[in-house]
Write a protein that binds this ligand. Sequence first.
Ligand SMILES: Cc1ncc(COP(=O)(O)O)c(C=O)c1O
Length: 359
Amino acid sequence: MSEKMPKLRAALDGVPTYKPGKPAAAGGPVAYKLSSNENPYPPLPGVLESAVAAAGAFNRYPDMACTGLMAELAERFDVPAEHLATGTGSVGVAQQLIQATAGPGDEVIYAWRSFEAYPIITQVSGATSVQVPLDEDEVHDLDAMLAAVTERTRLIFVCNPNNPTGTVVRRAELERFLDAVPSDVLIVLDEAYREFIRDAEVPDGVDLYRDRPNVCVLRTFSKAYGLAGLRVGFAIAHEPVAAALRKTAVPFGVSQLAQEAAVASLRSEEALLERVDALVAERTRVAGALVAQGWTVPESQANFVWLRLGERTVDFARACEQAGAVIRPFPGEGVRVSIGETEANDIFLKAAEAFRKEL
Ligand SMILES: Cc1ncc(COP(=O)(O)O)c(C=O)c1O
């Protein structure tokens, strides 16, 4: 092979590949997947029926404008349809937001550790990541993030609650931050886990966006609504941001199955949110049990908990996996454990207790 290889953009050199949560081993002993913050409940019958009905027409392209879903979301959030944009999961919309705002020479600020797609989508666009360490309580350090703003800053992610720590920023500090960031910098409030929040002091990003043209809210149907496999998320943002999202969207990215299931989910919200309540109750139980075992657990407002284990991270993950619960290690840092079925959480808690006793 003497021919030259196709030239690729140098910006892609060293881009880490997104690591999905490890699946539970097939065919082995009982194994539960607590590694991707998914909803452990299967689809509600009505939601499944809508998707199945849509499947009968998948020889056709989907409705590119997601008209039905847009109308439903506009009503649900009391926002103009022009302020909405959908995408292939909220990670797809996040990528579109960066494409719309930042390229070579521009900076994107986010807390670290946070959602692992942020560095990838930033680097792919050719922009530069500015990672601001979480504070000692594993919470966004908004003062440090503000201090990191330069004239090259184009976009700031605030992940609330933060993945993987589950920690939140509250109303007063977030409002102070939003008001201090220059108005030509886009602030993206990534609220993928919004429905799991029970702390009344955590603001709803949709309230904050209304009179702030540089604030955009990201939401997803993947977590509380249980549609992770269908890939549909959305943004709520003022013009011209929402219009830019429509320009950067992959045409026909959101399938008709996803659109119909999302609409059906919004119409079945009560039943879905009861399931979210059950997961929140499990979160309280799991966190309480871990604390009783002697672990330090940052207060989580999401559907997962975080344990900072440092050098013992990989051993801990292995012990959980051997016990039948696959969790998400971040080697050298800690583990993120999704809240799953009661049996799964019990298996994890037992493994955590045994590991703790050996320390
Ligand atoms: C903070 C955060 N944002 C966005 C996403 C993307 O989710 P999706 O693309 O499934 O909507 C995730 C998924 O793990 C997440 O944790």
